[in-house]
Design a protein around this ligand. Structure first.
Ligand SMILES: C[S@@+](CC[C@H](N)C(=O)[O-])C[C@H]1O[C@@H](n2cnc3c(N)ncnc32)[C@H](O)[C@@H]1O
Length: 195
């Protein structure tokens, strides 16, 4: 199950192959819609400082930086050296206001109130302690700023198979490989607890 490797990309059997996986997922229309919806919810304005937690190849960091103007800054934080190197390679010739940093969602390497807004997309499903990560995102965001977490609930996957018990086992087995396979339904409760 390739998705499960995103909890520790550099320890995966073929970490560079996960770059291609991310690109394939990002090309899906449903993911485009998710990202557009996320941008609307962040309500970015010129000059802001933004953080993308678990930024992967940094495509969202570059997209956000394009909206900010020269006085803004987008920072992408990412624990995988492989993905961080790819994010830096993709942004190498970019004049946009962005930078990348190594770091983990559970211990963000920034002082309190560093950002106007903060986002994490398809990251929380891989975390051992999502509440701690959300608390960290809130800590580094200024009062009144927006904290956006977009994620998947693998328990809502629907598959139609002729053999009901086999289909059930396939669905259960799939979700079981993801650290927080029900994170989608848990996010509202996490926000209540972290607030
Ligand atoms: C499915 S990818 C999504 C990447 C990117 N956000 C996107 O939308 O394309 C999951 C990302 O979460 C990162 N990740 C996993 N564990 C993490 C942690 N403890 N802290 C921060 N990021 C983490 C992975 O390295 C990977 O970049």
């Amino acid at each position: 199950m390739r998705g499960a490797h995103f909890r520790a990309v550099d320890a995966a059997p073929a970490p560079h192959a996960l770059v291609a996986t991310l690109d394939a997922v990002a090309a899906r229309e449903g993911v485009h819609r998710l990202k557009r919806h996320g941008l609307d919810m962040l309500a970015v304005t010129a000059g802001q400082r933004l953080l993308d937690v678990g930024c992967g190849t940094g495509d969202d960091v570059r997209a956000l930086a394009g909206l900010l103007g020269p006085s803004g800054l987008v920072v992408g934080v990412e624990p995988s050296e492989v993905l961080l190197a790819e994010a830096r390679r993709r942004a190498a010739d970019s004049p946009l206001p962005l930078r990348f940093a190594a770091g983990d969602a559970s211990d963000l390497p920034f002082p309190a109130w560093s950002f106007h807004a903060c986002r994490a997309e398809r990251v929380f499903q891989h975390l051992a302690d999502p509440l701690r990560a959300l608390t960290e995102m809130i800590r580094v965001t200024r009062p009144g700023g927006r904290v956006l977490v977009l994620d998947t609930d693998w328990g809502t996957t629907a598959v139609s198979g002729a053999d009901r018990s086999l289909t059930r086992r396939v669905l259960d087995g799939f979700g079981d490989h993801i650290t927080q396979s029900w994170i989608g339904r848990q996010l509202p409760g996490l926000f209540h607890r972290a607030a």
